[in-house]
Design a binder for this molecule. Structure first.
Ligand code: NAD
Ligand code: LMR
Length: 333
């Protein structure tokens, strides 16, 4: 067995972490032969709750989990990291404007970017989940300038899985029979779930999604809004945001970074938009279709983009530019 890798989860006393930590610790993400040291960060008022999470992890008696460090101190949490999964962020409270949320989180991700820069390994892979995930990721990346920009990504895999599942349910096939959906842009209601390159296995053959579904109006209408609004729909129903499905998506995202994407398949993740083939504005963390090999992602090139898609890709880019500029203006003050 190899040496343990050091994996940080922030927001470790929260509800996503409660599902996520068990999956990571039992080998679902980094493999059944990879021992793990877990670093768990939360804010000081949550540390007594975090103690309970640590006790439960110990009580799982998981052979791969070699050590657990629970802390409220960034210097301890970010030390020598191989992996950083940044889940913790300031949630939107009643009466809070979007810009208030951006302001609070820009400060958190500035601090965590600096901690990555100072304490983590330069090879660390950083996944940002806490909302607004794309902009938080951009801020952390900007404050960790000696870590390659390619090492940063944000979670849009939950949206990707939602899109895949909606198509699968419509066609009456398992979700694994649906591949190559794309989430473009922001993890917000402006995201664009695109099925123009999606294939569905039907009676043993792979067919284009539009031919499998046979309902263009749905694919260009309710399908898109359902995926865009799914997070809000779960909150309305559960009075809490998605946690089990978010943890599953984090595992899918990280496992693909670690082991690569299957041959012929692409997945969606938010990555830095520099010199990309789809003319997405630069200097954003924007969700693209990517393939991953040797722990390195590459944007899938050569996919045709029609006018319908182009307009939606631009709308979500516009929102990301506004978020970025607002967050940076706060940090400059
Ligand atoms: P939660 O409120 O249950 O837990 C968040 C935890 O983060 C809390 O324990 C809180 O104390 C902690 N925290 C706050 N500031 C912190 C800081 N500076 N350092 C460390 N920890 C800190 O929330 P949750 O349901 O687990 O969701 C976490 C975040 O993930 C939210 O921002 C949510 O909107 C987001 N989310 C993103 C996606 C996605 O697909 N990108 C999906 C679901 C939820
Ligand atoms: C989700 O997509 O479920 C969450 O990002 C929603 C939220 O605002 O927490």
């Amino acid at each position: 067995m190899s040496e343990p890798i050091r994996v940080l989860v922030t927001g470790a006393a929260g509800q996503i972490a409660y599902s996520l930590l068990y999956s990571i610790s039992k080998g679902d993400v980094f493999g059944k032969d990879q021992p793990i040291t877990l670093l768990l960060l939360d804010i000081p008022p949550m540390l007594s709750i975090l103690d309970g999470v640590v006790m439960e992890l110990q009580d799982c008696a998981l052979p791969l989990l070699r050590a657990i460090v629970a802390t409220g101190n960034e210097e301890v949490a970010f030390k020598d990291l191989d992996i950083a999964i940044l889940v913790g962020s300031m949630p939107r409270k009643e009466g809070m404007e979007r810009k208030d949320l951006l302001k609070a989180n820009a400060a958190i991700f500035e601090s965590q970017g600096k901690a990555l820069e100072k304490y983590a390994k330069k090879t660390v892979k950083v996944l940002v989940v806490g909302n607004p995930a794309n902009t938080n990721c951009l801020i952390a990346m900007k404050f960790a300038s000696s870590i390659p920009k390619e090492n940063f990504s944000c979670l849009t895999r939950l949206d990707h899985n939602r899109a895949r599942s909606q198509v699968a349910m419509r066609c009456g096939v398992p979700a694994t029979y649906v591949k190559n959906v794309i989430i473009w842009g922001n993890h917000s209601s402006t995201q664009y779930p695109d099925v123009h390159h999606c294939l569905v296995k039907m009676s043993g053959n792979e067919v284009a999604c539009f031919d499998a579904v046979k309902d263009e109006a749905w694919l260009k209408g309710d399908f898109i809004t359902t995926v865009q609004q799914r997070g809000a729909a779960v909150i309305k129903s559960r009075k809490l945001s998605s946690a089990m499905s978010a943890a599953k998506a984090i595992c899918d995202h990280m496992r693909d970074i670690w082991f690569g994407t299957p041959e012929g398949e692409f997945i969606s993740m938010g990555v830095y938009s520099t010199g990309n083939p789809y003319k997405v504005p630069e200097d954003l963390i924007y969700s693209f279709p990517v393939q991953i090999k040797d722990k390195t992602w590459k944007i899938v090139e050569g996919l045709a983009v029609n006018d319908f898609s182009r307009a939606k890709m631009e709308a979500t880019a516009t929102e990301l530019i506004e978020e970025r500029d607002t967050a940076i203006a706060f940090l400059a003050k």
